[in-house]
Design a protein around this ligand. Structure first.
Ligand code: G4F
Length: 363
């Protein structure tokens, strides 16, 4: 039987890398996109002409649309990556987050069942280390108790349990990947790593004065998203449907990420002060480049995530050390240095054009 994958959240960081990965493996890849008047398909634009890549309109908040796509595509694998994925935003939009991140998972599972695909279609659910939340154990593995600590995490906990329930009640091959933070040059610009690498590039090239951040002491286990999509696929190729922790096993603070990103952009920072008064100072010039703002603090924050990927390593043969923390920071900063340089060049062209128009050289 041909491999037919259906990806929800195909326009996101993970969706775009997973599409590339599956197309390379010869899959027919179908993605679900939402209608929007603004272009948000940048990450998959290069795939849109591929003969095995197909897009369908649908929304996790709309069960009929999910049912229609599943019945038309009749996938052999579904990767449910769509979500309201920003933890801080979930405090402002808790109901929307619950609808998409919790009930949305149920809609996918039910669509598979109602289409008669329960025995033939495997389902991957994008679960998260945020389930460990106010952590009860360090590092965290598949046995660590959950303690969700945001509306996002509470919604994702429902997603995790409903997947487990369908696995046991209906014998479906559905599993959760409990992914720790995974970043890349395609990461959304409001997540802390990308916010930092873009700011470091802009500050180094004179396009931004300062970077404002929240909790600098927060600890995360950051991996490279491109490595993590391979593991999503491996989870569905496993003999038994099981849940896996996907992480690097290495932990760093937001402050450390910031230090290494600026260093790679050519600026050595020294951090002074504490809490809201902490500042990141350019050692060479004495200028304050990083400040702390209460705007980026969360009502409850998860501060000690550190994953133990032993099970994925042992049972799936996955290599958590493919891309090191330092390499990840370098990939992201290099990308953003080039991006900012292009922005500057294009502004230069516009400036010249305005000048030429004014002088009547160009009409
Ligand atoms: O980059 P973040 O926004 O990611 P967070 O909250 O860990 O969530 C991400 O990873 C999860 C996997 O564990 C996913 F489930 C989730 O969908 C998302 O992809 O924040 C990381 C840490 C937090 O402790 C936050 O308080 O960085 C801290 N932080 C400090 N200053 C900041 C900032 N976070 C953001 N977004 N912006 C800041 O200025």
């Amino acid at each position: 039987m041909a491999n037919i994958a259906l990806i929800t959240g195909v326009t996101g960081q993970d969706g775009s890398y997973l599409s590339e990965f599956l197309l390379d493996k010869g899959y027919d890849v179908h993605g679900i996109i939402r209608r929007s008047s603004v272009d948000y398909r940048e990450r998959i634009a290069h795939l849109e002409g591929h003969k095995n890549f197909h897009l369908h309109y649908g929304d996790l908040g709309d069960s009929m649309s999910i049912l229609q796509v599943v019945s038309k595509v009749r996938p052999t694998e579904i990767y449910n990556l769509a979500a309201q994925s920003h933890v801080q935003v979930s405090f402002d939009s808790p109901e929307f987050t619950a609808d998409v991140d919790a009930t949305g998972v149920l809609r996918v599972l039910e669509a598979v069942r109602l289409c008669g695909l329960a025995d033939t279609c495997k389902i991957y659910q994008a679960s998260t280390s945020e389930l460990y939340g106010k952590v009860e154990e360090v590092p965290q593995n598949e046995q660590t108790p959950f303690h969700p600590y945001s509306p996002y995490a509470v919604a994702k906990l429902y997603g995790f349990w409903i997947v487990k329930e369908y696995r046991e009640a209906y014998n479906m091959f559905c599993c959760s990947g409990i992914l720790f933070n995974h970043e890349s040059e395609r990461r959304g610009e409001t997540f802390v790593t990308r916010k930092i690498t873009l700011a470091a590039a802009r500050i180094a090239q004179g396009k931004q004065e300062k970077l404002y951040l929240g909790n600098l002491s927060s600890l995360r286990d950051w991996g490279y998203a491109k490595d993590y999509v391979e593991c999503m696929w491996l989870i569905l190729q496993n003999k038994k449907p099981e849940d896996f922790v996907i992480a690097t096993g290495v932990q760093h603070s937001v402050r450390e990420f910031c230090y290494y990103a600026f260093k790679h952009a050519g600026i050595e920072l020294e951090f002074q002060g504490e809490g809201l008064d902490e500042k990141g100072i350019d050692k060479a010039t004495g200028k304050v480049l990083v400040e702390v703002s209460p705007d980026f603090y969360r009502p409850t924050d998860v501060v000690n995530l550190w994953g133990d990927p032993s099970k994925a390593k042992r049972e799936l043969g996955w290599d958590p050390a493919k891309t090191s923390f330092e390499e990840l920071v370098k990939i992201m900063v290099d990308h953003d240095m080039a991006k900012v340089a292009v922005e500057r060049a294009s502004e230069g062209i516009r400036t010249n054009l305005a000048e030429y128009l004014e002088k009547g050289i160009v009409k």
